[in-house]
Design a protein around this ligand. Structure first.
Ligand SMILES: Cc1cc2nc3c(=O)[nH]c(=O)nc-3n(C[C@H](O)[C@H](O)[C@H](O)COP(=O)(O)OP(=O)(O)OC[C@H]3O[C@@H](n4cnc5c(N)ncnc54)[C@H](O)[C@@H]3O)c2cc1C
Length: 385
């Protein structure tokens, strides 16, 4: 196992200080290792996640070679040749487990933003103190964007949040964590070959969730009540002005509708499986409030905002992979983790084999199947030593 940093590197180096997992402790499990502390319904801090993964690596006796950056992998007659910062490796098969979120994904028009405005990505952001004391524009209203918008607004900085397509979820539903419902009802177990539109499912933004000791819901209504100003999707920069799309009403009602349908699925599951008595009565949530007249423009030179935080998603980085299996959008082409080059496999990508694939607890089922395929591949007669 080649790792450019240390075990749990992304949790150590690529996350902001206040982040906690959005998956509750009881759900953040790895094969043979579960949370056994006093707060199963809580959410791990970054230090706790790092310790948890370190514990797993030690228990599993994972043969990790830390500080080993892979700089190229190419196909040879009998497998793969891997070049690393610590020398060359030959192997018959490779599992790409380098993560789905190696780089922030930021629109091209960032280059047209005036230099007087500081630009950050979640990789640069650590806490509000790193930003100027003035207004901030947070772009993107999925898990990262809503969390950073709330933190910055609480720090006293006026925040404008640019909202595109998003997934609205309450933190708790009928007295249980919403992810208890996702897990129990089997929504996150849906397999990649059963999903209607796989390309879309793989691009779906993360849900608007935050892990706090108070189990607070952090949807757009909560943010608006805190004073965050909501604007539409940032479409372009023209003459130093940010231009926002005007379709907020539609974007909000689509997210509300999808949430309602999901909650109905949960209700149906509880009814069908005799779970109604364990949970509270069904709840319905107020629609997302549309601002009276959302602004369509922001003069980036006016001084109203001095910083932009791009919470516009992440993408993988395969610049080190010299095998032609990456598409024009930079995504790996694979069928449930089996990449179209013999002996090449992937794990940890969105909806790799199930909707839960990119969550910590999602790895177990995926890994069993992908590694099963790999073992069969290596056992083929031509591959026996
Ligand atoms: C902001 C954020 C919040 C998240 N919150 C949650 C959550 O609450 N709950 C949850 O279950 N999941 C959460 N996730 C998803 C989480 O990232 C995954 O569950 C999990 O980390 C995936 O593990 P992984 O090992 O596949 O990828 P990663 O954790 O990204 O690990 C990939 C590893 O590969 C190494 N690497 C990459 N390239 C190279 C190279 N060329 N050479 C050598 N090493 C390399 C990296 O250093 C890294 O250590 C979150 C993700 C993000 C970005």
């Amino acid at each position: 196992m080649l790792e450019r940093g240390e075990v749990a590197n992304s949790w150590r180096t690529e996350r902001w200080d206040s982040l906690r997992l959005l998956t509750p402790n009881w759900l953040s499990r790895l094969p043979g290792l579960r949370y056994e502390g006093p707060d199963p319904d809580g959410y791990m801090t970054m230090r706790e996640v790092t310790e948890f993964i370190e514990r797993f690596a030690a228990a599993a006796r994972a043969p990790v070679r830390p500080g080993t950056n892979v700089t190229s992998v190419w196909h040879t007659d009998d497998g793969y040749h891997v070049t690393t910062s610590r020398g060359e490796v030959g192997c018959r098969a490779v599992v790409i487990a380098s993560g789905a979120c190696n780089q922030p994904s930021v629109p091209q028009f960032k280059d047209a933003v005036p230099t007087s405005v500081e630009q950050l990505t979640p990789f640069d952001y650590r806490d509000p103190a790193k930003l100027p004391d003035d207004g901030v524009l947070v772009v993107g209203a999925s898990a990262t964007g809503v969390q950073l918008a709330a933190e910055l607004q609480r720090s006293g900085r006026p925040v404008i949040l640019s909202v595109g397509e998003h997934v609205r979820l309450p933190r708790t539903y009928r007295g249980r964590d919403v992810l208890w419902w996702m897990d129990g009802s089997g929504v996150w177990d849906q397999r990649y070959d059963e999903v209607e539109d796989l390309t879309r499912a793989r691009r779906l933004p993360s849900p608007q969730l935050v892990g706090t000791p108070e189990r607070t819901t952090l949807d757009l209504n909560a943010l608006a009540s805190m004073g965050v100003q909501l604007v539409g999707r940032w479409a372009a920069v023209r003459d130093g002005r940010a231009l926002f799309s005007g379709g907020l009403r539609n974007v909000f009602s689509l997210a509300d509708l999808k949430m309602r349908r999901l909650l109905e699925t949960f209700d149906e599951w509880a009814r069908m499986h005799g779970r109604d008595a364990e949970v509270d009565a069904p709840e319905r949530f107020a629609p997302t409030r549309v601002p009276e007249s959302p602004r369509l423009q922001l003069d980036l030179r006016s001084g109203e905002i001095r910083a932009i935080v791009w919470a516009t998603g992440f993408r993988p980085d395969y610049r080190w992979l010299d095998v032609p299996v990456v598409d024009a959008k930079g995504q790996l082409r694979h069928e449930g983790g089996v990449v179209g080059s013999p002996g090449l496999y992937a794990l940890g990508l969105p909806v790799l084999r199930r909707r839960k694939s990119t969550f910590i607890y999602g790895i177990e089922d995926d890994a069993r199947e992908v590694i099963g395929h790999l073992a069969r591949y290596l056992a083929r007669p031509g591959h026996r030593r």
